[in-house]
Design a binder for this molecule. Structure first.
Ligand code: F6R
Length: 616
């Protein structure tokens, strides 16, 4: 959730760290801070609010040192104050620390440290951890051939319960950083005469594309010219250096007003990337390289279980519908956060899937671990290469859509829908889906990017509608079958970026309660494409209209609605059922985006949210 950057090299650390923090701001934006070693002491600048505030504060501190650490915070322990911002410095002034995660036993540590005379300026668990490192550091003897800072951090972490990604700087060790992780991502950037550490590749990709993904339980020592990795129990680790495949321009807004806008309009290309090389030569099915499960094993599977959070769960719900419809196999879907504690009975021969853009969502990771603990094979649909979920899953499918920076997920969502549809096709073709039906579905999926391009052409029209509806305080999103999860997604998008209260419902379910909300003040967005139950959706619209509810109808091009039924009409191109959820997502994304812009909301950094939720 929080963003972490550390630098050791020859350049001004604060400048590079603040540049990195700006790229990580989507991870948390309650406060930001930087600590730099210079002239024999640790100089700290920190400020509540955005990184821009920190930049001004840092200028006052004249930070010239070449070793430093920086952080953007998403508050967990303690309110949003300058004192609670990271980095924290131990009360003896010797250790500075940044931390992502939660230390569960911080209260007992604090009591112990208070008894030893340590004092605390903040309410955070991080400051307690920092002081415990300082305590061990003060006690640890200097032994030739050993690193005292590394040993003190190891000792401290052996006592820490919870999750952490940390970077430590010591006042008497200029040119050194110690970093360690458990449950929070950390990546080392291996540069030329400089080394970096960050919670996300986006913060370091402008300096180097050579990275090492640190694993849980590992600790690293960085200097300008070297890095070494070991475990908490002092076993040396041979690092694997990976190359990042995307460049800095992928993580920049370019000419777009917001990352969310850029990512919405990137979707045709994102879909092309997500499907590239994934159709069989005979053009009748999908193929995936990384499933790590043979077709023979796959045929033994009798049901599927999907777990995820938020938008990714909505993608799972569409996938559930499509696997059941096209592959005729039972699927269950659950919130990852519920699954992990529910102890629900699982059937044998169940294949478990998790979906996660970031691959770091703690609830999804916990669901994966729980399923593995119960002996199930778990596959992951995931965007961020090398993420914890990607590493811990038994196999999976990368989304390949590049970095998604906007907090509200868009291109990651539609690529999850695409992969879900391809899975339905793949499984269906192993069962009773015919060659001809498979070819038709492959062609439909290959056509998805162009259909999305067409749907995006409605943007100016949707923007005009958004202007007329932006003042509302409540909205309903209604859809059926595979578009019911798209209605949920539309409501989620709208509430998270515009703060309008919105609910998604299956259209026909609306009359069992939510219809009580309907009035001229509560518009309904109907997802009403042509199809088997179009006439039923029209009936639901009539019920809303009879109660004076304004209607925004998303319909297939060429549809003639009864006069006066809809107040606004948005069209989507006619398409096969398998791609319909992808195409129908575009108008709800655009509507939410333009409403939020109209209301003057900070679209890319909505209040209280952060891009990847690595705490419970
Ligand atoms: C909403 C949104 C969130 C995420 C959820 C899971 O726009 O982005 O609901 O979908 O936090 O995140 P990942 O997919 O990274 O596991």
């Amino acid at each position: 959730m929080c963003g972490i950057v550390g630098y050791v090299g020859k350049q001004k650390a604060a400048t590079l760290i603040i540049e990195g923090l700006k790229r990580l701001e989507y991870r948390g934006y309650d406060s930001a801070g930087v600590a730099v070693w210079q002239n024999g002491h640790i100089e700290v600048a920190k400020k509540t609010g955005r990184v821009a505030n920190l930049e001004k504060e840092a200028a006052r501190h004249k930070l010239t040192g070449t070793t430093g650490i920086g952080h953007t915070r998403w508050a967990t322990h303690g309110g949003v104050t300058d004192a609670n911002a990271h980095p924290h410095v131990s009360s003896d002034g010797r250790i500075a620390l940044i931390h992502n995660g939660v230390i569960e036993n911080y209260a007992s540590m604090k009591k112990f440290l208070a008894g030893k005379g340590y004092t605390f300026a903040s309410e955070t668990d991080t400051e307690v951890l920092c002081n415990l490192i300082a305590y061990h550091y003060a006690k640890e003897p200097e032994v030739a051939g050993e690193n005292r800072l590394l040993d003190s951090v190891r000792k401290t972490l052996r006592h820490a319960h919870g999750t952490y990604g940390i970077v430590v700087l010591a006042v008497d060790r200029p040119g050194e950083l110690v970093t360690a992780r458990k449950g929070s991502p950390l990546i080392l950037g291996i540069g030329d005469g400089e080394n970096l550490v960050a919670s996300d590749v986006a913060a370091i990709v402008s300096r180097t594309q050579s990275v090492v993904y640190l694993k849980d339980g590992e600790i690293a020592l960085l200097t300008a010219g070297s890095f070494s990795i070991s475990t908490l129990d002092e076993t040396d680790v041979t690092p694997v250096i990976d190359k990042v495949t995307w460049s800095i321009s992928d993580a920049e807004k370019g000419d777009y007003a917001h990352f969310m806008e850029k990512e919405i309009f990137e979707q045709p290309v994102a879909l092309e990337n997500a499907m590239r090389g994934r159709f069989s030569e005979d053009g009748s099915t999908a193929q995936f390289g990384g499933l790590n499960i043979t077709p023979a094993e796959f045929r033994q599977i009798e049901r599927f279980m999907f777990c995820a959070c938020g938008t990714a769960l909505h993608a799972c719900m569409v996938t559930e519908h499509q696997i059941e419809r096209f592959a005729r196999m039972p699927v269950e879907c659950d919130y990852a956060s519920e699954f992990r504690y529910r102890n629900s009975p699982l059937f044998p021969n169940t294949l478990f899937f998790v979906m996660s853009q970031s691959g770091e969502t703690i609830d999804t990771l916990a669901a994966l671990r729980e399923a593995k603990r119960k002996g199930y094979k778990v596959l992951a649909v995931n965007n961020v290469v090398g993420s914890t979920i990607a590493r811990e899953a038994d196999g999976g499918i990368y989304q390949h859509v590049g970095p998604e920076v906007g907090v509200a997920s868009t291109k990651a969502f539609t690529s999850q829908l695409l992969i879900g549809a391809m899975l339905a096709l793949y499984i269906g073709r192993m069962r009773d889906l015919s060659f001809g039906a498979g070819v038709r579905m492959v062609n439909a999926l290959k056509g998805a990017p162009d259909l999305v391009r067409k749907a995006l052409e409605q943007a100016p029209h949707i923007r005009a509608i958004a202007k007329r509806y932006a003042h509302h305080t409540d909205m309903l999103f209604l859809g059926r079958l595979s578009l019911y999860p798209i209605a949920l997604e539309g409501a989620l998008k709208l509430k998270e970026i515009s703060y309008i209260h919105a609910e998604g419902y299956p259209a026909a379910e609306m009359k069992h309660g939510p219809i009580a909300l309907v009035s001229e003040k509560c518009p309904s967005v109907f997802l009403a494409p042509q199809g088997e139950i179009f006439s039923k959706i029209l009936s639901s619209m009539q019920e809303i209209k009879a109660r004076k509810g304004p209607i925004i109808a998303v319909v297939t091009e060429g549809t003639e609605l009864p006069a006066g039924l809809a107040d606004e009409i948005i069209t989507i191109p006619a398409c096969e059922e398998i791609v319909l959820p992808i195409v129908a997502s575009i108008p709800v994304q655009l509507l939410s985006y333009y409403i939020a812009v109209e209301r003057g909301c900070d679209v890319d950094k909505p209040r209280n949210l952060a891009k990847s939720v690595t705490v419970e």
